[in-house]
Write a protein that binds this ligand. Structure first.
Ligand SMILES: [Zn+2]
Length: 407
């Protein structure tokens, strides 16, 4: 990150850490404020983050919007508890308020990275190629930088253009791409960046509580003896994940073939695609990581469930178990979903065995020990931080927004 970007990121982090607007009746809702803003300018920037966004970024978004050949509505907003729940509904809510066809893009900033959703509404309800499938075919989709808003938005507009009239997707400029992945340890700069955002990065109060709980658990002595990396087990989970990914993709294709999908079915399809893409990301990026292949298994299973309309949380203790149908009290008043077997163990006062992972020990990190996954540092993995989505149902979002941080 350049010095300017780092300053921008720090400023954003400070702004986002400010208390959010209280949800009293006098405050217009987020969709209302955005829709009102769009009456004068189709690029809406929330006043809380406006000072931190360079005009060059906005100029670039504006220029690309004007080239599109359809209306492009863009909203740049800070992450709030409302958005954590409603983000994926926002394009539909906004289009209902504006009443015009076009591309609706909402980008949310949290700490130093941008994430978001978009939806393309064609005139007269015409159907065409889905923007999600264009993105899935875009080989550069995961290389676009996300520490400033314009590159991802410009790419989204280009993907929508391809979906709209089939024009070819241009290559993204090199200045919009992340540097190639390093196989070695993180640089000093990365470590500084990460240190600067500790305490802000986990996303709200639930995350904060979780970190406290997990940190407390981590201090307890490991109960498992040293052991080898469970590779056979990992390979087995990987196979299951691949099978579930294929099955979910097939279900989504079948859903898409049905004529006249309702709004609810379209939402279910989008939710399924989001989870499936995250599953594929984990599988492609970290084929040898037990946490990643297990995360892929959970997300693929949920993608399949999303097609049917009911997504279930995994068993917190071991996400490869049957889904977490029972809520059980875990540490410090935190409730977690558990499968029936794990719930029964807890009722007997025993700790479920849990998904075991290998971690390095000792000063030089040369020793290995096998521990329950929830004793690992939540900062290091979205799977640990979200309990594979059992604690907060945002694993897909966490995986797709910054794959370079996923371990
Ligand atoms: Zn279980």
């Amino acid at each position: 990150m350049s010095a300017t970007l780092r300053r921008l990121a720090t400023l954003l982090a400070v702004l986002v850490a400010l208390p959010v607007l209280p949800a009293h009746a006098a405050t217009p809702s987020i969709p209302d404020r955005i829709a009102t803003g769009w009456q004068t300018d189709r690029i809406f920037v929330d006043s809380r983050i406006a000072p931190a966004i360079p005009t060059t970024e906005l100029d670039r978004i504006r220029a690309e919007s004007e080239r599109a050949g359809f209306a492009v509505y863009v909203a740049l907003v800070p992450r709030t508890p409302y958005l954590r729940e409603k983000l994926y509904d926002l394009p539909t809510l906004l289009q209902a308020r504006v009443g015009q066809p076009g591309l609706y893009i909402v980008r949310v900033v949290s700490d130093d990275y941008w994430t978001g959703v978009e939806q393309l509404f064609r005139p007269g309800g015409l159907k065409g190629r889905d923007i999600t499938s264009v993105r899935a075919d875009d080989p550069q989709r995961r290389q676009i930088v996300d520490d400033r808003p314009a590159p991802q938005i410009v790419r989204t507009i280009q993907q929508a253009e391809t979906a709209y009239d089939g024009r070819p997707l241009p290559p993204a400029p090199a200045s919009d791409l992340k540097p190639p992945r390093r196989a070695d340890t993180p640089s000093i700069t990365d470590q500084e960046d990460r240190a600067a955002f500790i305490g802000l990065g986990v996303g709200g109060f639930a995350g904060f509580v979780l970190v406290l709980v997990l940190n407390r658990r981590r201090r307890r002595p490991a109960t498992r003896p040293k052991a080898d990396e469970p590779t056979a087990y990992r390979d087995q989970i990987r196979q299951q994940a691949d099978q579930l990914i294929r099955r979910a993709a097939r279900s989504i294709r079948q859903l898409e073939k049905r004529p006249n999908l309702s709004l609810t079915q379209l939402d279910q399809r989008d939710d399924a695609n989001r989870r499936l893409e995250a599953a594929r990301t984990l599988r492609a990026d970290q084929p040898d990581d037990l946490l990643a292949v297990t995360g892929a298994l959970v997300l693929a299973r949920q993608a399949q469930q999303a097609v049917g309309g009911t997504v279930k949380p995994p068993c917190f203790f071991d996400p490869t178990h049957r889904t977490g149908t029972t809520r059980v009290a875990w540490a410090d008043g935190v409730e977690v979903p558990a499968c029936r077997t794990c719930a029964q163990r807890l009722h007997k006062g025993k700790t479920p065995y849990g998904l075991q992972v290998s971690r390095s020990t000792g000063l030089l990190g040369r020793g290995r020990e096998v521990v329950p996954y929830w004793t690992l540092d939540p900062e290091d993995s979205p799977m640990v931080a979200s309990g594979f989505g059992a604690l907060t149902d945002d694993l897909a979002e966490r995986v797709c927004k910054r794959p370079e941080d996923v371990r």
